[in-house]
Design a protein around this ligand. Sequence first.
Ligand code: ADP
Length: 219
Amino acid sequence: MNEEVLKVSNIEKYYGRNGNVTKAIDNISFSVEEGEFIGIMGPSGSGKTTLLNCISTIDKATSGKIFVAGDDITRLNSKKISKFRREKLGFIFQDFNLLDTLTVYENIALALSILRVKSSEIDKRVKDIAKRLNIEEILKKFPWEISGGQKQRVAAARAIVTNPKIILADEPTGALDSKSSKALLESLNDLNRDLNATILMVTHDAFTASYAKRILFIK
Ligand code: ADP
């Protein structure tokens, strides 16, 4: 049996207080095994982003538990939370979130430098992943010199290069045209198939969701 990398157990999230409360997540439970490519769909306002933020520890669930690789992340202190994010998670955001003052190479390498990987190993890993994602030619360029589709493949490279337990993607094709969307989704598909990457992708777009192997609907 594959390792269970994520277990979300009876998560609820409320915002606000004193009679002005919004329930953003209403008792959600599910599990994800290593190597799964999961799509999370649901109408706008159904709590998709809130759920992803709770898993990434950017937000805190009001009740329930979330286990990543067996550890309950709702109980981590702030020091352990940073360590958890650095070592266990990869992120892909709708708006890329690359650092403008760093080259493509440096954007991908940064996560490994922070983990104190030695530079010869960083070089090897950055070049390997760049080849896979077809961004070898642009490693010396800055984010403002490349297209949106290329930026998002750089973001995917940055997310996978540390070998995270899970990659969290929030509307990764939201800012891309249809051709770039397709290229990105095929790249994610390759990472999932060839490297056994575990991907949890939030989207409201049916074409994007069609690349996931399993879809969870939030009502
Ligand atoms: P989705 O990503 O599915 O569109 P969200 O997770 O963004 O949904 O939002 C779920 C619900 O929680 C919505 O009703 C939204 O208005 C509310 N919500 C989200 N973030 C906050 C916040 N920081 N403060 C108050 N309400 C919020």
